[in-house]
Design a protein around this ligand. Structure first.
Ligand SMILES: *Cc1c(COP(=O)(O)O)cnc(C)c1O
Length: 457
């Protein structure tokens, strides 16, 4: 193996990454079939003799870059996929060079400090209590898992049951209430926690996908209620104020799945939607969606830090260390060794500032309205009230709608996926990328109209 200097290989990487980002907006969004076929070249036996680092990088770029999906450009509107702000990619590069283990404060003072600062800033931005607890995890799935572990701890501790030590066999029952529109990742978290994905009590939703508070069962101190801020289809919010009022009176725990929607708290124009969210007990959100930091990055926030710590500490001994004056990151996360995820959150928050975040939220939602208005004007049916960044469009029958989506994806100017909304197939447009411009919206709208008229021609 030839030795290449660190400087040479990192400069090479930076040049290749810059070239990738400079061309990503010009290429078709999905990887071409030729690019996907070429991935076969990676499929060879592990060589006994390694290659030098520049050659490894060359292969990665030449074979790998064309086989990416161009989500980093401005015209990918599938799922809810954010981009990555240059400030956060840069911070990520530097932090990768540091190679810090964010396990304890002493394994990385900088990683621990940036987590402290970011938690403080997020609390202020969202209007949450000063002494909130939290942790940096891989995404909203793990954030919800962690939050529900904290909830499980809190509710069972109140019943005199130590769930971390004794498990769930023989424990007092916990009831979990979700809405019919619950995100699958919440159910997955429940299954991982032994609370069971099918044991939930489902509450009906209205035509906008919002939990109907009047259909809630009588709540008590053994109940967890999961609500959402940002439905993946409609973008709408459950009635948090009403749910939290009932739950607080009953001693129940309210968890908010706010993977992308929680960020609406950063902009006062969305107060009617977000009303009551801050009264919950725990919140899950993503950094890699609306905050536009690189994958993978999510945040769990818990009103009383002690519940999260009790659920996540590796042993009772860690807990006994107890009267901890400084926060050790791994006392709040499922993982022990972990990369310093707080770095990119900190960089994004500092780079945007609270006004910049409010503007980003407003921009995503304005672009979604532009899509909805434009497509309605062309005679296509928008199925949802566009209250946030998600737009559902129908092109008639299921087959017609599927054909438009296929034609659009094949052309490659922009990318939207399919979904089903209350029994109706639809195309879903999700605006979540800082790199999307008004010109991108215009180009994409033309592409959608082209794909739709081709089907009817
Ligand atoms: C994306 C999303 C999730 C899951 O988040 P991951 O980051 O993929 O783990 C959960 N809930 C909602 C509403 C989402 O949009």
């Amino acid at each position: 193996m030839k030795d290449v200097s660190t400087q040479t290989v990192l400069q090479e990487a930076s040049a290749r990454a810059i070239a990738y980002l400079q061309s990503v907006r010009e290429r078709p969004i999905a990887a071409s079939s030729a690019a996907v076929r070429r991935l076969d070249e990676l499929n060879h036996p592990l060589p006994p003799q390694g290659l030098d680092a520049v050659e490894v990088l060359r292969r990665l770029d030449e074979i790998g870059s064309p086989a990416t999906v161009a989500t980093a450009g401005g015209r990918y509107f599938g799922l809810v996929i954010g981009g990555a702000l240059p400030a956060t990619v840069a911070a990520n590069w530097l932090a990768t060079a540091w190679d810090q283990n964010a396990c304890f404060r002493w394994t990385s003072p900088i990683a621990a400090t940036l987590e402290d600062v970011s938690l403080q800033w997020l609390g202020e931005l969202f209007g949450l209590p000063q002494d909130i607890g939290g942790a940096f995890v891989s995404g909203a799935s793990m954030a919800t898992f962690s939050a529900l572990a904290a909830a499980r701890h809190a509710l069972l501790a109140r019943q005199g049951w130590d769930v971390e030590a004794k498990g769930l066999y023989g424990a007092p029952e916990i009831r979990v209430v979700v809405s019919d529109e619950v995100h699958v990742t919440v159910l997955k978290a429940l299954s991982l926690l032994g609370l069971g994905r099918d044991r939930v009590l489902r509450v009906p939703t209205d035509g906008r996908g919002r939990l109907r508070a009047e259909c809630l069962p009588v709540l008590d101190e053994r109940t967890i209620v999961c609500i959402q801020a940002g439905n993946v289809n409609t973008g709408d919010f459950d009635p948090a104020a009403e749910v939290c009022r009932l739950a607080t009176a009953a001693g129940a725990w309210v968890h908010v799945d706010g993977a992308f929607g929680l960020w609406a708290l950063a902009n006062r124009d969305f107060d009617t939607l977000t009303n009551g969210l801050t009264e919950a007990d725990s919140w899950a959100t993503d950094g890699h969606k609306w905050l536009n930091v690189p994958y993978d990055n999510g945040v769990v926030l818990v009103r009383h830090a002690a519940h999260l710590k009790a659920a996540m500490s590796a042993s009772a001994a860690y807990l006994a260390e107890g009267i901890e004056t400084e926060r050790h990151p791994s006392h709040y996360t499922p993982e022990s060794s972990r990369r310093a995820r707080g770095v990119e959150i900190w960089a994004a928050l500092l780079h945007l500032g609270s006004d910049g975040i409010a503007d980003l939220v407003a921009r995503f939602c304005r672009f979604a309205r532009l899509f909805a208005e434009g497509l309605s004007r062309h005679g296509y049916e928008v199925l949802n009230d566009v209250v946030l960044n998600q737009v559902l469009v129908s092109f008639g029958s299921a087959e017609a709608t599927r054909a438009v989506i296929d034609a659009l994806q094949a052309e490659g100017v922009c990318w939207c996926g399919g979904t089903e909304w209350q029994g109706r197939p639809a195309m879903r447009i999700s605006v979540a990328n800082w790199a999307t411009t008004e010109a991108d919206v215009e180009l994409s709208m033309q592409a959608i109209v082209r794909a739709a008229s081709a089907g009817t021609a």
